[in-house]
Design a protein around this ligand. Sequence first.
Ligand SMILES: Nc1ncnc2c1ncn2[C@@H]1O[C@H](COP(=O)(O)OP(=O)(O)OP(=O)(O)O)[C@@H](O)[C@H]1O
Length: 469
Amino acid sequence: MPKQINGQKKGSVIPNDLSDSFEEVKAFLSDEDTLHLFDDLTKVNPVTTTTVLKCLQARYAGNVFYTNAGCSLVTVNPFQPISSLYSPELMKEYHAALRPQELKPHVFAVAEQTYRNVQSQIEPVNQSIIVSGESGAGKTWTSRCLMKFYATVAASTTSPKGNEMVERIERRVLDSNPVMEAFGNACTLRNNNSSRFGKYIQLQLNRSQHLTSASIQTFLLEKTRVAYQAPCERNFHIFYQITKGATKKERAEWKLHKGANFFWLPNPEKDLEEDCFGVTRDAMFHLGIDCSTQNNIFKVLAGLLHLGNIQFSSSIDESQPCEPEDDAKGFVKTTADLLKMSAEELLETLRIRTITAGKQQQVFKKPCSRSDCETRRDCLAKVIYAKLFDWLVSVINESIYADSSTWGNFIGLLDVYGFESFPENNLEQLCINYANEKLQQHFVAHYLKAQQQLAQKLTCAYTDIKKML
Ligand SMILES: Nc1ncnc2c1ncn2[C@@H]1O[C@H](COP(=O)(O)OP(=O)(O)OP(=O)(O)O)[C@@H](O)[C@H]1O
């Protein structure tokens, strides 16, 4: 067998097309000073991973973070706030441009073009923007930019009454962000504000292209995070917000005494800008969640933290239920109080399995093992949190909803949550990786192939024209 070096048989001849492309890549990269000028990756020739990445790198080095790839936009995360890049003036410039796609590549250009695509149809056609990328790439940031853009450009300017209405909707749509992020985002190894759920927002426009209402759909909330956090990661932001931002009176009511330790609240010493409770509360208030309802929500959350501290000791007699460990007895009572149930009811839920069997549908009660009790405890927390999250989404939807007769078409924003790959992936992670893969396959199959075919046709036409000349 001939020896192989890097997959290449020693002494074998490199096929012509490969050596050609190698020479082409070398030639393309030789002119380093021009690489940053490629503002559309379809103009890169040859298109290879190396040439594309080198162009993006050269642009990034020159503080240029957006690059077109046909009608897609590639964003490189600047990881620093650049206010001039998202100023209201720039927003207006893209909105007012005759041909926004001819301006520098920018998320506002995509936003404006999408807005015009809806407008320009005789029969309005709905449009959707997919924001995809790995965790920490900047999807949440981009989605927020898009929402701000539409909240500004799709605001009514005609009647003051109309203005009031749009401002209300616009404000509520924007207020949904801090609330959803507080309950659905968490600090991970890759991103201090990582979305742990996917979301699809419909911004609904009337015939005059004004924002009249919106709706939000969420999917795949990573509810396992409530009861399990990977090393160096944190639980959802809201748990840290309530423990750090509650007033003295609230602390006493929610039983969150300073210095208390909760198993489900790892790394509380990390101070993040996402920990600001005031912003979440204000946004909840604007969305119509009054102070007393907020208080009940935070009590439930505090209850979950106490629930996480309930540990069981193994029962010597298997026919008897496991007892909570001595120092966990107080947590049973506090959890039950905060969740508005009796301590007996809570213990029965955690320790006893009810089995219905036989033709007579007889009901048996069986004490659970220690590990089963702990699994049931974790499940209870996950179910309560998921229900609370769904309820919040439904409240937000009610506050931004308008009858379908008031709007004609919509712009959809799909923020697929970031894919990550761990040695052991949880169910939500597997699902999201699968969804991202499917999305990518669909994109390659339907969009890139169409673009490639078009590019091939153009190249043939160009060659024919050259021959004719
Ligand atoms: N355009 C931008 N300008 C400045 N900073 C940015 C920009 N985009 C992203 N960032 C920074 O990168 C961080 C991560 O971005 P973001 O949270 O949007 O990622 P993501 O793709 O939504 O990740 P995940 O899938 O984990 O939720 C932000 O907190 C912000 O600090």
